[in-house]
Ligand binder design. Structure first.
Ligand code: ZN
Ligand code: ZN
Length: 305
């Protein structure tokens, strides 16, 4: 339970209440969880709050292994009516994967393909967001990804699968090696590209993404901004180059199923970005540990000590 910024406690709580009870097998972690731990997050409930949004487990009613989707759109608000359910203004968030059990609406659950490990299946949540972001990219063959964290690596892999010529930029040599294993070229500085996907989430990186765009390029901002960042785009030069600057947020249920299929088929090698498996008691320290070297997703197994 998150009791406030930086205050994460492992404690016995009442059974979660909801339509379907799921016994958690694995929940993976990402930068959003670090942000939620340190600064709170607008999708968190009031403190004390459950968190963890990349969750796989077993339905207690049917015994089926499911991915617990982290959201259910209302289906009725203006963005939902227009088919943009990822932008729902009345979204029900389903958080609490860092626990032994989670309760979820049946509509949030996705069947996990046979043979896909629960840690890999949990990565379908961020991979679905990458699927969504790549669908926002323009048609250019020459595509660049700025940032080689796990999201940047997933974006690079999807662009490679899409038949593009992919360059990933990161200052860490280990992440550049991971990008190469995913079929991308890895560099320390980008040239100019037809598609630029930004997966860092900082103002200086937004600027670098625009600087790496050719005229008529598409720039997609994928990286979430740590709290306190202001969105300040340079208005002058942007229109000269006629860029389309696009944001990409979240995913749809169909994108989640596509992500599960990619992981089950081995098209995205989740083992290459799988990190340490830890128990709940080690979660706080692990989330706060500085990240360096390879990009790897932390895996929580609530049954570990
Ligand atoms: Zn995440
Ligand atoms: Zn809605």
């Amino acid at each position: 339970m998150l009791h406030g910024p930086g205050d994460l406690r492992v404690e016995e709580v009442a059974e979660p209440q909801g339509e379907v009870l799921v016994t958690v097998e694995r929940a993976t972690a990402c930068a959003t969880d670090v942000k939620a731990l340190l600064h709170g997050h607008l999708i968190l409930g009031p403190y004390p709050a459950r968190f963890g949004h990349e969750t796989v487990g077993v339905r207690e009613d049917t015994g089926e292994r499911v991915l617990v989707g982290d959201s259910v759109a209302c289906g009725a608000c203006p963005p939902c009516a227009a088919g943009h359910t990822q932008l729902c203004t009345q979204m029900t968030w389903v958080l609490g994967g860092f626990a032994e059990r989670i309760a979820a609406p049946a509509a949030a659950l996705h069947a996990v393909p046979d043979g896909l490990h629960p840690a890999g299946a949990a990565m379908a949540e961020p991979l679905a967001a990458a699927v969504h972001a790549v669908a926002r990219a323009g048609p250019g063959i020459d595509a660049a990804v700025l940032g080689g964290g796990t999201m940047g690596l997933m974006l690079a892999r999807l662009l490679v699968l899409d038949g593009r010529d992919v360059t990933l930029c990161d200052r860490h040599p280990q992440r550049r090696a991971q990008a190469e294993s995913f079929g991308a070229r890895a560099v320390q500085r980008l040239g100019r590209h037809e598609v630029v996907m930004e997966a860092v989430g900082r103002p200086e990186s937004w600027r670098a993404a625009i600087d790496a765009a050719r005229p008529h390029a598409t720039v997609v901002f994928v990286g979430g901004c740590p709290s306190g960042c202001e969105v300040t785009l340079p208005s002058g030069p942007l229109h000269y180059a006629e860029l389309d600057v696009r944001g990409a947020f979240h995913h749809t249920p169909a994108e989640m199923d596509r992500a599960l299929g990619l992981l089950a088929a081995g098209d995205v090698d989740w083992r290459a970005i799988e990190g340490e498996t830890i128990g709940l008691h080690d979660l706080r320290d692990a989330l706060l540990r500085p990240t360096a070297g390879e990009a790897r997703k932390l895996v929580v197994d609530p049954r570990v000590g």
